[in-house]
Design a protein around this ligand. Structure first.
Ligand SMILES: Nc1ncnc2c1ncn2[C@@H]1O[C@H](COP(=O)(O)OP(=O)(O)OP(=O)(O)O)[C@@H](O)[C@H]1O
Ligand SMILES: [Mg+2]
Length: 349
């Protein structure tokens, strides 16, 4: 492939916060190696809040164009500011955020995002100022669950730094890498890139003044989590689980991640999701299809307070898919999220 053909490929990579202009047009493509295997992107000294996203999108475009294992390198324009040792990001944009809370689970698919999104809405209903950062760079679900898919946050300069302005809906500020990816197009991340991209979704956002910032953590307990916890000043965590006996070891893994010596953050509570099944047409009936009081037993065993119990109700899934979180409604299941929100707020004073 010639360098010009590669440039054509790169024109498919757009900067979502800059009126969708492409990276060639914006002068971000610095050079393409003669054999086409390496593309170098140039960024200004003041970090572009979407730099990591653009690196990932560039790599994906090259792979789609048929280049096997392309390399994407970066250069910094102007002289580089002296880098602080250790942390790559600063936490300035969290200065006026009172509580940063991670919502985590040891295992995927237990309803972490559902709980995080509904808890955010419930806290807002109680009158708190709330934000939610979707830290799941591989499977961001916040845009769908909040009906904000297809919307694009803008970048804005604040005190000489470029920050992304979160979207606001249902009284909550939302941020997700999902806003910047093309629909249905999987992002191809390498470990450290994914890590930086998600840190940008938390640490380069104009959050303003908030009582609560919830961070919907990616599933699992890998390196990405540890790195996130080392750089984002989370006060503590909520763990989400389902009631089955077999889930205990996953919750334990989740708990150990926060109790790990180098992290050492408190766990504010356990949320038992799908605690029982309630049929839509019989809201007073409870069927303990995954066993009874599993959450309470786990909480006791791990020394964590059981902060909430959320039923398995069809409307919770449907409202999630429809982008109107159940916590905004008047059905009994919305009460479960309001109770959880009330207890969390009381716990943190
Ligand atoms: N209490 C509930 N009642 C009914 N459906 C639910 C409930 N909780 C979650 N779901 C549904 O289960 C599916 C998985 O939930 P969700 O995406 O919140 O899980 P997750 O733990 O964030 O998953 P991942 O690990 O992929 O991030 C979704 O379709 C969601 O609507
Ligand atoms: Mg999720």
């Amino acid at each position: 492939m010639t360098q010009n053909e590669i440039l054509d490929l790169l024109r498919s990579v757009r900067h979502p916060a800059k009126g969708d202009r492409d990276i060639v047009d914006l002068g971000i493509v610095h050079s393409v190696s003669e054999d086409g295997s390496t593309v170098t992107l140039a960024f200004p000294k003041r970090r572009d809040p979407l730099a990591e996203y653009l690196i990932g999108a560039t790599r994906a475009a090259l792979i789609r164009g048929g280049i096997k294992d392309p390399k994407v390198e970066t250069v910094v324009l102007e002289e580089a500011a002296p880098k602080k040792k250790g942390a790559e990001f600063d936490t300035e944009c969290l200065r006026n955020v009172r509580h940063v809370i991670g919502v985590a689970s040891g295992k995927g698919g237990v309803g972490k995002s559902t709980v995080a999104v509904n808890l955010a809405c419930a806290l807002a209903r109680l009158g708190y100022r709330v934000g939610l950062a979707d830290a799941d760079v591989y499977g961001p679900s916040v845009p769908l669950m909040t009906g904000t898919e297809g919307e694009q946050p803008m970048a804005e300069e604040v005190d000489g730094r470029e920050l992304i302005v979160p979207l606001e809906k249902y009284g909550v500020k939302w941020m997700s890498i999902g806003y910047f990816a093309d629909r249905g197009q999987a992002l191809i991340w390498r470990g450290p890139m994914a890590c930086n991209a998600l840190k940008q979704m938390i640490l380069q956002v104009k959050w303003g003044t908030l009582d609560f910032l919830l961070v919907d953590m990616p599933p699992g307990t890998g390196d990405i989590h540890i790195s996130l916890l080392q750089e984002v000043p989370m006060e503590g965590a909520l763990l989400v689980t389902t009631p089955q006996e077999v889930a205990l070891s996953d919750v334990e893994k989740g708990a150990n991640m926060f109790r790990n010596k180098s992290i050492n953050r408190p766990i504010f509570g356990l949320v038992e999701n799908m605690a029982w099944f309630t049929p839509e047409e019989h809201p007073d009936e409870k069927y303990f299809i995954f066993g009874r009081d599993g959450g309470a037993r786990m909480a006791e065993e791990l020394g964590i307070e059981l902060l909430g119990r959320i039923p398995l109700v069809q409307s919770i899934r449907e409202s999630g898919d429809a982008g109107e979180p159940a916590a905004l409604g008047t059905r009994p299941d919305s009460q479960a999220f309001l109770d959880l929100a009330g207890r969390l707020a009381a716990k943190l004073g």
